[in-house]
Design a protein around this ligand. Sequence first.
Ligand SMILES: [Zn+2]
Length: 474
Amino acid sequence: MGLRMRARAWIAGLALMLLAAQSWALTEVRGVRLWRAPDNTRLVFDLTGPVQHSVFTLAAPDRIVIDVPRAALRGSLDNLPLANTPITGMRAAPRDDNSLRVVIDLSSSVTPKSFTLEPNQEYGHRLVLDLFDKAAAPSERPPVTANPARPATPVSPALPSSNRLPPQPSAQRDIIIAIDAGHGGEDPGAIGPGGVREKDVVLSISKQLQRAINAERGYRAELVRTGDYFIPLRKRTEIARKKGADLFVSIHADAAPRTSAYGASVYALSDRGATSETARWLADSENRSDLIGGVGNVSLDDKDRMLAGVLLDLSMTATLSSSLNVGQKVLSNMGSITPLHKRRVEQAGFMVLKSPDIPSILVETGFISNPAEARKLQTAGHQQALVRSMHSGIRQFFQENPPPGTYIAWLRDSGRIAPGPREHVVRSGESLALLAQRYQVSLASIRSANNLKNDVIKVGQTLSIPAPTLAGEP
Ligand SMILES: [Zn+2]
């Protein structure tokens, strides 16, 4: 073998080694996950490392192309739940420059937004592609005060009655409750023993609460999240505003720093620090939701931020006092069916509670990190009890503070709802069940109004009787 031949073999070997090293260094696309939301489809590519990428669209037929330099497909792009999405197929091929090209076939054109996510406790590096349906552009945002369904003035216990509209039975609107099931999609929320996921438990409870509220005349409940998909925190309050919400209720079942922690709690917003360590810890972990799930392009622009600042000064105090009021009523009712973590509404800087003009509370139905509570939270019976107690608290609040122009305001103003709590001194032969029946209130609400642990009452004891429910109303 001549010197030249040997050199050539050596060079060929070196080239092979370089090639091998290069392909060894490629970032792997391990697989893809898909979530369908009402107005967009999210694809999440799981990666073995950080990547650069570019995205472009092609028309006739509609396609999206993603080029990822120095990447190779190792997983499968098949078996995705494509039903109800504009995606008809997906394929990938390596290109000569060591990049990976993914082509997504579409049945209609979409607006793509893409970004990468850093690893967290749950997942590694990810490339997120959100495909927004053309009918609902992601930048669409209603002005903060443009909703005619909701009064400009927040619901406030201090609102003088002269500010209320005269009773007009023909123009009564429903009171609208926005129910926000926490987390969803890419963000599973807390994970309990046996793999139970917060996002699933709270969606189930939220749907039942919606059904219960909708069964009552004068109220309408709207779900912020209707399925298993991610919504950024700021978008959640926007959806509530778009629906004309009079109240925003975010439902959670988080983990606690200690697995022994237990009990339900209710939170309102605080901009001035948290009322306890747990409150601060929870608000911090909730606010990380955007990092876990990926916020993409959703943010307040400068105009919104200025307007929000003005509104904040004008109405935040009244809104917060309504939030604390409804929160305490919900908490008291929950106290009759489940142990409470704290007997008072706690406060911390939860992003999702930052609507300046909609009373907003966050309900922790229990700690999913506690094995006993995780078990309970999954049972139909306990979910129903939670729903009934939250519903009672919300109803009590609006019977006392109905927004002007609503059916409930009309009921109240025309004397169909007895105002405020009354008192009753127990006489011989009376039971709690008998009194509940006589005053047309539920046993649970009379128990919770008096902080009773059981139904034992004594002759001579003074009980406060909550406002009657609407069940007895014609
Ligand atoms: Zn949560």
